[in-house]
Write a protein that binds this ligand. Structure first.
Ligand code: SAM
Length: 238
């Protein structure tokens, strides 16, 4: 696409999310007009969780996806992993507020070295996180390692709308308005410019789906949500 790949050094990415952590949830809901909640519900529904399933939520951030997976599903437990301490601190508060202590556990760790045993999880989610990992294939291989055979994976990531008029309008919003609102509300100079830059350099859906298949998954699907603003990738561990 001719765009420069943004710097995804782990310390830089963790520092950026730590810096925007206090306004992260507010901006998520504001900038997506509340649609982010629906996208997470769809991702969790795709896992078809049953019984005493243990779910890995990689790049859990402030824990919204982890809580969505655990809430109203007795028996299901979640392990949220993230390397940004301040994001995790907010996740801890959210888990406590939802009375899910002991059901959702939060662990500090890197997506390319997940601190969990082989074949120890029954499902996995990654919400808007994989794009931030410098080596997404390494993170996918790690997810494959910790999942048992047959376990489901659901990944949410931003895409680009395919309908021409909507595509143009959204491109303007994403490139100009979103970074401006993000900068004003978060008071961080670059995090919300990094967002469109990182989406612009992320592999297109077919290419990312291929990457998922190449790291030990079958039945890979890329489902556009909200005109393709977001893609839900689903797959099954071989
Ligand atoms: C955009 S936030 C998404 C948070 C959450 N999943 C959600 O749906 O709102 C991305 C998160 O990924 C985390 N992250 C990025 N790269 C990571 C890595 N290599 N290892 C662990 N966490 C990472 C960041 O710290 C941040 O909390």
């Amino acid at each position: 696409m001719g765009e420069l790949t943004p710097d995804k050094t782990p310390s830089r990415i963790a520092g950026m999310f730590d810096a925007i952590a206090p306004r992260y949830d507010l901006l998520n809901h504001l900038l997506s007009a509340g649609l982010d909640r629906r996208w997470r519900v769809k991702a969790v529904a795709a896992l078809d969780l049953r019984g005493r399933a243990c779910v890995l939520d990689l790049c859990t951030g402030t824990g919204d996806l982890a809580v969505t997976a655990a809430r109203g599903r007795p028996g299901v437990s979640v392990i949220g992993v993230d390397f940004a301490g301040r994001m995790l601190a907010l996740a801890h508060r959210k888990v406590a507020a939802a009375r899910l202590n002991g059901v959702v556990r939060l662990v500090r760790g890197d997506a390319t070295r997940i601190p969990l045993a082989d074949a120890s999880c029954d499902a996995a989610t990654v919400g808007f996180g994989i794009r931030n990992v410098a080596d997404p294939a390494a993170a996918l291989a790690e997810i494959a390692r910790v999942l048992r055979p047959g376990a489901r994976l659901a990944v949410l990531e931003f895409g680009q709308p395919r309908i021409p008029g909507i595509r143009t309008l959204y491109a303007w919003y994403f490139k100009y308005l979103l970074p401006l609102v993000g900068r004003l509300v978060s008071r961080h100079g670059s995090a919300y410019s990094y967002l469109p830059a990182s989406v612009g350099t992320f592999p297109p859906p077919a290419e990312f789906a291929h990457m998922v298949a190449a790291t030990g998954f079958s039945q890979v699907r890329a489902v556009p949500l909200t005109f393709g603003i977001v893609y839900l990738y689903t797959a099954e561990r071989l």
